[in-house]
Design a protein around this ligand. Structure first.
Ligand code: G3D
Ligand code: MG
Length: 192
């Protein structure tokens, strides 16, 4: 087994019977706030949370929520590319076995928004567009610097056929919980 496979296997060995674990990949241009969003949401960092061979940090967070009147406990494994990722640099192992996708952009930087199309193309190439996906516009706290209107995003959301759009601020924490709960819910419902 390659080193990469060994590393990614590690996270699946923790599983107990009946336990729900979803792998969610977080993608989008550099500096849009991917790492900040995860850090804001995750209370405890994994001890072994960095896979140097693929440059990925993995954080785990457990969510309790009610779905269709049922209490459900969902463990999210949030995969975050370290460094300054470009869509064409993504490894297969990063996508492998993903259950859901969080695709983000920075509300204050137009090119991070335009680039959503390229990230989406990458997902098509790896046949991941059928996965539950949430579009996130981050840095909503920077109101005066905002460049992208909700109408713009609605257009993009339809173009890329994404189920949900959420605006967040990793700084204030606005909608951060909602973001991760939404992807968890979408994945859960997609498996019903
Ligand atoms: P990335 O993981 O997508 O590359 P980071 O992005 O999480 O590293 O964030 C990049 C920069 O944006 C960081 O600033 C971070 O503090 C800032 N940032 C992230 N989210 C928000 C947000 O919601 N609001 C504001 N105002 N800033 C945010 P630095 O200066 O540390 O590089
Ligand atoms: Mg980062």
């Amino acid at each position: 087994m390659s080193k990469e496979n060994e590393d990614s296997e590690y996270y699946y060995q923790e599983r107990e019977p009946g336990e729900i674990i979803y792998k969610v990949i977080v993608i989008g241009d550099p500096a849009i706030g991917k790492t900040s969003l995860i850090r804001k949401f995750v209370k405890k960092q994994f001890e072994k949370d960095y896979l140097p061979t693929v440059g990925v940090s993995i954080s785990k967070e457990t969510i309790e929520m009610e779905i269709n009147g049922r209490k459900v406990t969902i463990n999210l494994l949030l995969w975050d590319l370290a460094g300054q990722p470009q869509f064409y640099l993504l490894h297969k192992v990063y996508y492998n076995g993903a259950n859901g996708v969080i695709l983000g952009f920075d509300l204050t930087r137009t090119h991070t928004y335009s680039n959503l199309k390229n990230w989406h193309k990458e997902l098509i190439k790896d046949q991941l567009t059928d996965l539950p996906m949430v579009l996130v516009g981050n840095k909503s706290d920077l109101k005066d610097e905002r460049k992208i209107s909700v109408a713009h995003v609605e257009h993009m959301k339809e173009l890329l056929n994404i189920q949900d759009y959420i605006e967040t601020s990793a700084l204030t924490g606005q909608n951060v919980g909602t973001l991760f709960k939404t992807i968890a819910r979408l994945i859960y419902e997609s498996k019903l």
